[in-house]
Design a protein around this ligand. Structure first.
Ligand code: ATP
Ligand code: LTN
Length: 327
């Protein structure tokens, strides 16, 4: 199967992104044809400092590699290096209704959070995402729960195009893992852990040093009844159990049994240690990649060339169907 997903280079890659996205990608790359992109054009919908955006793009790319995404098995690239994304985006935007875009939860959230910068890109963001996916005849899109609505729109756009111009696009399916689809903030367990959160204690980055990881888990907001069980009325503890399970490999049920009768303090330390231990090898590899920008450039270029090759063919087909003259 063809798999496609992306991450915006904003903030720092969090353990939420790792559990909700990257960890699933690692499994999928074993047996499928995968493309994973750094969605830097999507990141532009909120204000960026150019030099920081460039640095973060390298950093995210190095984190992809350090986590185990393998350029020999998957196509890893930076969105802006493949111009067909913007080209298809324009075409698809003429098949998308403003009403559909205004209904998107993320648009409403982000407009609310960036009242001084409600730009057109914030609204058309899902069209670019649809272009990303449809360019590569994607069957399956592994994302966290928050992206489900965008994916449904991508499906609607693909179906609309196919109905109007004849069978062209593969209609993609979402792939949302049951566990870990929504890791929440360590400071507000009712809200998604978001890599652009301004509160440093709310998120754990995959490149945070071990002592900082421990400190953040020790400060995690929980409740006061001291029972370590997974339940809807205990969002903080349930979140910590999900994180622990994702990093230790132990099931939530088994962890609940093991922590029975233990205090929250000990539990938080165990969760922090499991996360820090699992991330240690990732951080070592990250440092090696970051020390060799030329190698990162080489892998990025190779990925973009492979992606462009596929994208070019899709776009040629699309242009023919919609009545553009051959170039
Ligand atoms: P931002 O705060 O900049 O909006 P984000 O943390 O929401 O960023 P994205 O780049 O939007 O991250 O998402 C990258 C991938 O990680 C997506 O598949 C998304 O669904 C997933 N993801 C993001 N946050 C979480 C989370 N808290 N739990 C599980 N998956 C997540
Ligand atoms: N909008 C996504 C990132 C993203 C993406 C994609 C995910 C950009 N293009 C294509 C899947 C497929 C997000 O997670 N915020």
């Amino acid at each position: 199967m063809r798999i496609y997903s992306g991450i915006q280079p904003t903030g720092c890659l969090t353990i939420g992104n790792y559990i909700g996205a990257v960890k699933n990608w690692l499994e999928l790359q074993k047996e499928n044809e995968c493309l994973f992109a750094i969605a830097n054009q999507h990141a532009m919908t909120v204000k960026q400092v150019p030099q920081e955006l460039r640095e973060r793009t390298y950093s995210f790319f190095a984190q992809f590699l350090a986590c185990g995404l393998d350029p020999e098995k998957s196509i890893l690239y930076v969105q802006s290096n493949v111009p067909q994304h913007s080209e298809l985006c324009w075409i698809l935007s003429c098949l998308t209704y403003i009403g559909e875009l205004e209904r998107m939860t993320q648009f409403k959230d982000k407009s609310h959070k960036n009242e001084d910068n409600i730009n057109a890109g914030l609204l058309t963001y899902p069209v670019l995402m649809a272009a990303d996916i449809l360019l590569f005849a994607t069957d399956l899109v592994p994302v966290g729960k928050d992206q489900k609505q965008h994916l449904e729109l991508a499906r609607d756009i693909a179906i609309r195009f196919n109905n109007r111009y004849g069978e062209t696009f593969v209609v993609p399916e979402p792939y949302i893992a049951k566990q870990g689809a929504k890791i929440t903030s360590l400071q507000n367990p009712l809200e998604k852990m978001s890599k652009s959160d301004k509160d440093q204690n709310a998120t754990v980055s995959i490149i945070d040093p071990p002592d900082l990881i421990m400190k953040k888990f020790k400060r995690a907001v929980t409740d006061s009844d001291n029972r370590i069980v997974f339940s809807e009325d205990k969002p903080g503890i349930s979140n910590l159990l999900s994180i622990y399970s994702a990093f230790s490999g132990e099931s939530i049920e088994s962890a609940e049994r093991r922590f029975e009768g233990k205090g929250y303090g000990d539990f938080k330390i165990t969760v922090g240690e499991a996360v820090a231990d699992a991330l240690r090898p990732v951080q070592e590899k990250y440092a090696i990649y970051m020390a060799d920008k030329a190698e990162l450039d080489r892998i990025m270029k190779e990925g973009a060339e492979k992606a462009s090759h596929i994208a070019f063919r899709t776009l040629r087909k699309v242009k023919k169907k919609i009545g553009f003259v051959a170039d």
